[in-house]
Design a protein around this ligand. Sequence first.
Ligand code: B12
Ligand code: SF4
Length: 471
Amino acid sequence: MKHSPPHILLVNPWITDFAAYNLWSRPLGLLEIGGILRDVGFQVSLIDCVDAENFSVTVPFSPRLTRYGTGKLRRTPIEKPGILASVPRRYCRYGISFDDFSSRLAALPPPDLILITSIMTYWYPGVREAIMILRRIFTKTPIWLGGNYATLLPQHALAVCKPDRVITGPFTRETLQDIVKTLGRPNPPAGSEFTGLPFWEGYKAHHFICVKSSHGCPFHCQYCASNLLHPFFKERAIGEVAREVSQGTRLFGVRDVAFYDDALLVNAKTRFIPLMRGLLRAGLSLRFHTPNGIHIRLLTAEIAELMKISGFYTLRLSLEATQPAWQERFGSKTSLKEFDRALSVLFRAGFTTDAIRVYLLVGLPGQTMRDVLQSVREVLKRGVKPSLAEYSPIPGTAFWEEACRVSPYPLREEPLTHNNTLLPCGGQEITKATLDGIKHLIASEQLSDPPENGASEPVFPFQEEANQNHP
Ligand code: B12
Ligand code: SF4
């Protein structure tokens, strides 16, 4: 008798925040896991609670898209948690309704295991709500929680969200073995057209794909969680990445590809350069984006030219600050001189200021308004656009203790207070009001954009072509 393989349900829970925007956002880690499980032979399903376009049931949602496939998320205003009550902004749940989630679940064959992911620490209410609903519908199915929040705050996740198990760090061979031990080994199917890809087939409508050519980062910046999330910097084989990009974009009819790498240009000679040359040779006519900032020091003339001819449309440079003292605190990754050199190689390669935004980190413990203004002015002076990234304190990082010391918020007790919108370590000086002033200054230079961090809707060039689907 032939048995159907065990069924594993993947869930990306809701975002709960003051603002969120689909800046090529997908739960890539969970989709990678789904791809592995599908290739091993499990039956895999996905519910992405954030994606109302693909997962709404009752009221359809068609986001107005920018030319590059990004767009708004459906949002439902919800009551602010008490600790955020004084923040004068609307707090929302982004994605499908609870009823739609329940309907989607009811329509599935009962899963044998549920894997749920998590991203920002301050988005845990969505994780908790998803687990509560999952438990009500599938009373006996084990629920395992992983991802960034689960890795950074495993005890909080276990106590507050109550999964059966919290799994920290990257998905490993041991976790796969545990799944096989729990559910039994399925018979691997004959290779399908999706073999080797993340579980992209879990979505119907596609406007972009995201990809990582490496996991983690060899740098150790004091504010960043990369080393905690991926303790070892691992580079993928370029043939595998190239196949993922060419096959994924062809199968799902998309042209936009967002790199999620933390360290895209590290070891460029053996990774980025041959990867992009290979993709160019394949003649795919794609558009690439780096929503995560890239390293200024590593941007050479050769890389800039290759980026231009291979179709990079959204370039984000991680300058962070212009003061040498702050640059030193950020790991001495770059300097103003290197920034000037990087801009000149980009302009020489044919990039215009439209494609470039410069990330400045604001609201760090000890940072003054003078520091921020000075950095903004230095960037504006060069004719390029600063994008203010508000600091979000992350447990376990080197800055954490200082963040806890200076913040008026109970960062240790309540992860909701890690939300960058609160500027939890900005003190009296770096507040929403003072940053709004800086944004007006930027606007008056006619270079204005809201902070482009996925928390607000970015303005792209060619806005008149917004809402077009891809050719
Ligand atoms: C891409 C990215 C973005 C994108 C889009 C994010 C998205 N997907 O929606 C953009 C550019 C929009 C963005 C914005 C911001 N980001 Co961001 N972002 C990232 C990045 C690089 C990847 C996030 C992601 O999607 N990961 C998906 C994860 C879950 O995949 P993964 O780690 O590869 O998954 C592996 C494991 O986690 C595990 N796993 C995952 N799920 C599961 C489930 C189970 C059951 C198991 C067993 C295992 C498992 O297995 C996977 C494969 O090995 C991370 C850094 C990183 N390296 O993760 C930062 C990160 C999440 N961002 C961070 C920050 C600070 C921000 C901003 C606040 C920055 C700013 N100041 O503006 C804004 C937030 C704005 C907002 N409100 O949305 C912080 C998080 C801070 C926090 N307190 O939690 C991070 C960790 C980076 C950092 N500085 O350290 N971000
Ligand atoms: S901030 Fe960037 S360079 Fe520094 S450790 Fe994090 S990912 Fe790496």
